[in-house]
Design a protein around this ligand. Structure first.
Ligand code: SF4
Ligand code: FE
Length: 481
């Protein structure tokens, strides 16, 4: 396992082609916008060395028998699935933001079973190839960027029907030694903090779209790859000298996302895990989505713990912690947060073994969990904003607090309870501002798939016919089905 310091060193070995704000970033590792999100990933390495968290943060590789970081582990039991959720909650509590490393883990988890299923049915040789890659990831303790979402163009058209054939990543050339691909993946969480990109198709493909049914892994700095980092709300605050206004200066409140462009990128065959097997692309999408939706009642609940703590703290600083409506709002937040956790924990305990030996979650419950995440954190944010008061939208900057002329007025007039330093009140307000009004909340809606994607899966999994039969039986409707 790598230490946190070794992880940062390993990023320095990469030569990523990165852009933000219209400029090429020469040194992404020390780029102020990236630094906080990088600290969050770094913590996934550091906590693995903390004996207190070893049980959650580490696992035993089923390939090598060695101790590995759980972020590279293929679940071998429901206990592993449960520990994954608990690990994510822990990291959410410690970082208060997206720590990015789970997407790559979910790509590994899904490929570990789909490559096996493909080989069984089609006689391909993907499973061995995949395990070679997995061993490499485990031995080097790497971060993988799980790249599923294509840019998609006209959402009403299939990949091959698009006016521009590159709107979904596809094979443009097949060679003896590998394939050449073109296209782009959007919203790539943690791209700049990753060593490898694992590409997967974004939807179930038809025979006409078989060139789009591809999956492969390549280093993030492979020739032909360009990363364009997306803006976030309040992003330029990260470039300021004083850091209080970021709200969570160490970890930065949200992770980061990038548009990854593949311009004629060569992928050697040993890194190709699907190439034209269109009938398995839907299965890969579903497995990946299932695992990632499992997560959201883990990581987001950790963030919820921080937000509840912040809301209770500001109520205290404002002197209203004993008001009954305040207590009630805090209880409501806890109720919503723990309901999310219940979903993730239950879909993990109801997990089951796939033919490859990998454990999979209960997909209905995982989708229910994620659909709840498109709602409950928004309600929690509303309650936290309510409890914070109007100051959340009008508070002067840290520069004003430090200013020799107006600083004394900010100190005096932004005070809550007499014994609480004004700066403490300002700090907690900034944290709440950034957790409830920033880019992080948007991830609750669209991360791991937008709400409609969960509804489709829920409709598929719910077995409504069986429910109708239950009702007819009790109602005494006995005519032949
Ligand atoms: Fe991990 Fe959650 Fe971020 Fe997804 S949103 S990468 S599950 S922390
Ligand atoms: Fe996410």
């Amino acid at each position: 396992m790598k230490t946190g310091v070794e992880y940062i060193d390993s990023l320095r070995q990469l030569h990523l082609n990165v852009y933000m704000f219209g400029e090429k970033i020469k040194n992404p590792v020390d780029f102020p916008f990236i630094k906080p999100s990088q600290n969050a990933v770094k913590l996934t390495y550091e906590l693995a060395y903390d004996p207190q968290y070893a049980d959650l943060m580490t696992a035993t590789s089923h390939l090598t028998g060695k101790k590995i970081n759980r972020f590279t582990h293929i679940a071998q039991s429901t206990d592993d699935l449960v520990k994954k959720v608990k690990m994510l909650r822990l990291l959410g509590q410690k970082t208060g933001c997206c720590f990015q490393r789970c997407v790559g883990l979910d790509a590994l988890l899904s490929l570990s079973s789909v490559t096996y299923d493909m080989d069984q049915k089609l006689g391909t040789k993907y499973y061995t190839r995949f395990n070679d890659f997995l061993r490499y990831v485990q031995e080097n303790d790497l971060v993988c960027d799980g790249a599923m979402t294509d840019v998609k163009g006209n959402r009403g058209l299939k990949p091959s029907q698009q006016a521009d054939p590159d709107l979904f990543v596809h094979v443009v050339e097949r060679r003896d030694d590998g394939i050449v691909v073109r296209g782009a993946k959007a919203h790539q969480t943690g791209a700049i903090n990753s060593h490898e990109i694992i590409v997967m198709p974004t939807l179930a493909m038809t025979p006409e779209d078989k060139d789009y049914a591809i999956s492969f892994a390549i280093p993030t700095d492979t020739k032909g790859i360009t990363h364009v980092i997306g803006r976030q709300i309040n992003d330029t605050r990260k470039f300021e000298e004083l850091t209080m206004d970021v709200g969570n200066a160490t970890y930065g409140v949200a992770g980061h996302e990038a548009l990854i462009i593949f311009d004629e990128v060569f992928v050697p065959w040993e890194r190709v895990f699907m190439c034209g097997e269109h009938e398995f692309s839907g299965q890969l999408v579903e497995r990946f989505a299932g695992y990632h939706r499992q997560n959201y009642g883990g990581c987001k609940v950790g963030l919820g713990d921080v937000l509840i703590g912040a809301a209770a703290t500001i109520a205290e600083y404002n002197g209203v912690e004993n008001a009954s409506h305040v207590k009630d709002k805090i209880i409501e937040m806890i109720h919503l947060n723990e309901t999310l956790y219940a979903g993730s924990i239950s879909c993990s305990y109801e997990g089951y073994k796939l033919p490859s030996g990998t454990y999979y979650i209960n997909p209905l419950l995982a989708n229910i969990t994620k659909l709840n995440v498109t709602r409950f954190p928004f309600e929690m944010a509303r309650l936290a904003i309510d409890l914070t008061g109007g100051i959340i939208g009008t508070m002067p900057s840290e520069r004003d607090l430090r200013n020799p002329d107006v600083g004394k007025y900010v100190q005096k007039y932004l005070k809550g309870k007499a014994d609480i330093p004004t700066e403490h009140r300002m700090r907690i307000v900034r944290l709440i501002e950034n957790m409830t009004m920033g880019t992080g909340l948007l991830e609750d809606m669209h991360g791991a798939g937008s709400p409609q994607a969960q509804r489709i899966m829920i409709a598929r999994q719910a077995n409504i016919e069986a429910k109708k039969k239950l009702a007819r039986t009790l109602a005494g409707i006995t005519e032949k089905e």
